[in-house]
Design a protein around this ligand. Structure first.
Ligand SMILES: N[C@@H](CCC(=O)N[C@@H](CS)C(=O)NCC(=O)O)C(=O)O
Length: 312
């Protein structure tokens, strides 16, 4: 993957995110303003736009929050093609639907011509002042759940500490855990990552034996931050990232829970299994040199689930 240096996108990345022990280290997001009722970025309908890619799990959490909160008419979206190119994320021939740009790096450069950093999705763009509000999915998701939903249905104040505790665990050990396994460059780094990932999944499965959702029985942001990794698990991570101690569909409670989330209004529209496969199995010298996309596995996400999630 490339990187932008002083406003120029370059294919060669001087810092591919690996420690001297071969472990994968995720870069921090540099652009982190907030939308709040007090401004300067206020939650005005029709003002903001998201740049996403269907295959990106970090973009997925923002798309899920937008869908579940009924914000699809309030915040518009441009979808990048599911493959990264020598120019990073690009849009189809006519350019993206908002600015008409060909590549996402042009969005970053538009208001920050000397930008240096990674060109990542999701990006939350302010169409009024023509600038990036944030390129950190955790913040974008939280802004949608708070500034755009005064009732804070996905982050009720009484559950916020519990949600934040789950988010921290899920981010480090599951959302990023699959990448730590898949991007490890030594056996030791892989072993460490894969065992910690499955230990975390075991813990969540045990918790979901006793509860309908992570915080008890209502849907919260923590569930929407776990779901993107679950949706990609069996079709992509299990094989492409060698996360193969078990499949999601081997977990009694986690698999029932995942299908319950999938059946909630708006969720299935944000899930694109074929795109996950073509993205995660696209040609990569390190992981899949020939770019052959496997056919399976056969999994029925629409099979009825046993639990019911309360959601208003
Ligand atoms: N911290 C960011 C990370 C997002 C991220 O890593 N997105 C990936 C796609 S899944 C990306 O755009 N990578 C391009 C790159 O790193 O060059 C967030 O969570 O918003």
């Amino acid at each position: 993957m490339g990187v932008m240096i002083n406003g120029q996108y370059q294919v060669a990345d001087p810092d591919p995110g690996t420690t001297s022990q071969g472990a994968y280290e995720r870069a921090r997001s540099p652009l982190r303003d907030w939308i709040t009722a007090d401004g300067p970025f206020t939650p005005d309908p029709g003002r903001y736009h998201l740049f996403v890619a269907w295959n990106c799990p970090w973009a997925h959490r923002a798309l899920l929050t937008r869908a579940v909160l009924g914000l699809t008419e309030v915040i518009s979206v441009s979808v990048a093609l599911p493959r990264r190119t020598d120019e990073g994320w690009v849009f189809d021939a006519g350019g993206d639907r908002l600015l008409g740009v060909r590549a996402l790096h042009e969005v970053y450069a538009r208001q920050r011509p000397a930008y240096t950093g990674r060109i990542t999705v999701p990006v939350l763009w302010d169409t009024w002042t023509e600038q990036i509000v944030s390129n950190e999915s955790a913040d974008i998701t939280r802004m949608l759940s708070t500034a755009f939903d005064p009732d804070r249905r996905l982050v009720p104040l009484r559950l916020q500490d519990e949600i934040d505790t789950w988010n921290a665990m899920i981010h480090a050990r599951i959302n990023n855990g699959v990448y730590r396994a898949g991007f490890a460059r030594t056996q030791a780094a892989y072993d460490d990552a894969v065992h910690d990932l499955f230990a975390a999944l075991d813990e969540v499965d045990a918790d979901l034996a006793a509860h309908t959702t992570l915080t008890g029985n209502t849907l919260t942001e923590a569930d929407l931050r776990l779901f993107p990794t679950l949706a990609r698990f069996d079709v992509a991570y299990h094989y492409a990232f060698k996360c193969n101690l078990a499949k999601l569909s081997d977990y009694t409670h986690l698999w029932d829970y995942a299908r319950t989330l999938y059946a909630l209004p708006g969720v299935a529209d944000t899930v694109k299994f074929d795109i996950y496969k073509s993205g995660y199995f696209s040609a990569s010298d390190l992981r899949n040199p020939l770019g052959i996309v496997p056919a399976g596995p056969r999994i029925d996400w629409s099979a009825p689930a046993e639990r019911t999630i309360a959601w208003t």
